[in-house]
Write a protein that binds this ligand. Structure first.
Ligand code: NAD
Ligand code: MG
Length: 412
């Protein structure tokens, strides 16, 4: 994290803001906060990928300078929907990157996956504060991302609830006195299932998170615990902490969002209701605070807070992410891209839940790349992992077909 450079400091209200991924779960939480105090914020950019109606509604409500839809074929629908509003319409990847490059006081990176890499990197260069939800950016291109943040003097504030908790606990502290970061994990919807019971879970069951309402990809990641693995890598980059000093603890109530242990034995925890509007508000008002309507914790009815160690045999994705981080180089990029492909395949019911970790492991084991030194390198590694994962899925599909043919033959 870096301080603000003088030439980027813009003190006059209202704050100019950009929301990348405005139609998503994080994006909607950000819009909710912005809409509550229209006088305090001037919205510059709203973006979405394909939910054009939701983008039009958001743009009509918040009057940004420009609304950008990722899919070019939706341009005319967007333009028609914005007629008479004065909001500029734009479409396509280049327009997304151009809009994300507009100088603003605060931009939130709420796009999901490596698809967010280029626009989020553009925002990292041109926003005064980058509020980062898109953890995949740091996982697949952490060093490149951090170098650009430093080069442009941008302030990076994490929005992922665990990292926001650590960011808050570290405020005013000497980072060299930190002994351990303790990331809490809800354990996801399958925390109490055995591995055998997980074999037949459906996408609907996997996206039904017990504590948080999130997009489909991160919900599946929470169910496999890949999300926590990605968050270990995210914490490594954000807080310059070695992998073996980033612990994960299962805390199903999701009341403590994470903790920092110092060399004197003190542990600082950040608590609150599981609602992304709090970490977003932290980033929006930092170093001040702003009011939110988030439900307050009622300690009288809270009951017990429980903790357990994660079982990496039951959730191999957590182990794979730690291994990728320990090996470094291209491995986190491979892990992330392979995971994105298999999660989508699982959501389309092409593979089973347990295949997710198996295929990611296959891709990691079968690939060897030098450390990516540029965005272009990252995109090459990412593309390779996607092809390798797709190939592994196809191979699995052939086995499924073969088995069902055998079964039918036997019945006859
Ligand atoms: P989501 O699926 O609800 O929303 C994703 C957004 O990204 C949408 O606006 C979508 O239009 C946009 N998008 C998708 N593909 C795109 C593409 N190819 N190009 C441009 N835009 C694209 O996801 P989410 O749950 O809001 O998560 C967003 C990010 O925040 C993820 O990286 C996730 O890990 C992280 N995060 C989410 C939460 C949460 O509570 N949802 C918590 C912590 C971190
Ligand atoms: Mg999180």
């Amino acid at each position: 994290m870096t301080g603000l450079s003088r030439d980027k400091r813009i003190d006059e209200a209202p704050k100019r803001v950009t929301v990348l991924g405005a139609t998503g779960s994080v994006g909607s939480s950000a819009l909710d906060l912005l809409a509550r105090d229209r006088g305090a914020f001037a919205v510059e950019v709203l973006t979405a990928y394909d939910r054009v109606d939701a983008l039009i509604a958001a743009a009509r409500a918040l009057s940004p300078s420009v609304a950008v839809i990722g899919r070019p074929e939706l341009y005319s629908t967007l333009k028609e929907g914005l007629e008479g509003t004065g909001v500029e319409a734009a479409a396509g990847k280049d327009a997304l990157i151009e809009a994300a490059s507009r100088p603003v006081d605060w931009a939130i990176g709420g796009i999901v996956g490596a698809a967010g890499l280029e626009p989020t990197l553009a925002a990292a260069r041109h926003a005064r504060v980058l509020a980062l939800a898109n953890k995949e950016c740091l996982v697949c291109a952490g060093d490149i991302f951090k170098a650009e943040i430093a080069r442009y003097g941008t302030t990076l504030i994490p929005v992922d609830s665990e990292h926001s908790a650590i960011f808050q606990a570290l405020a005013g502290e000497n980072p060299t006195r930190v002994e351990r970061l303790i990331l809490t994990a809800s354990g996801g919807p399958f925390n109490t299932l055995t591995r055998a019971e997980m074999a037949d879970v459906s996408p609907q069951q996997a996206v039904k998170h017990p504590r948080w309402h999130m997009g489909a990809k991160i919900s599946v990641d929470s169910a496999t615990m890949m999300n926590k693995g990605l968050e270990v890598i995210e914490a490594f980059h954000l807080f310059a902490m070695p992998e073996d000093r980033i612990e994960v603890v299962i805390h199903p109530q999701s009341v403590i969002h994470s903790m920092v242990e110092f060399c004197d034995g003190a542990i600082l925890a950040q608590m609150g209701a599981p609602d992304m509007r709090t970490p977003i508000a932290v980033s929006l008002a930092w170093p001040d605070r702003m009011a939110t309507p988030v439900k307050r914790l009622d300690f009288a009815t809270l009951g017990a807070l429980t903790f357990a160690m994660p079982d990496e045999r039951k959730f191999p994705c957590l182990r794979l992410a730690r291994e990728a981080l320990r090996h470094g180089g291209a491995f986190p990029t491979l892990l992330n891209a392979a995971n994105e492909v298999v999660v989508q395949a699982f959501l389309r019911r092409e593979i089973g839940f347990l295949d997710i970790s198996e295929i990611v492991e296959t891709v990691l084991g079968g690939s060897s790349f030098p450390s990516p030194n540029s965005l272009e390198d990252v995109l090459i590694v990412d593309a390779h992992a996607r092809m390798a994962a797709a190939e592994a899925i196809r191979a699995l599909g052939r086995i499924f077909v073969a088995q069902s043919v055998v079964a039918k033959t036997r019945m006859i």
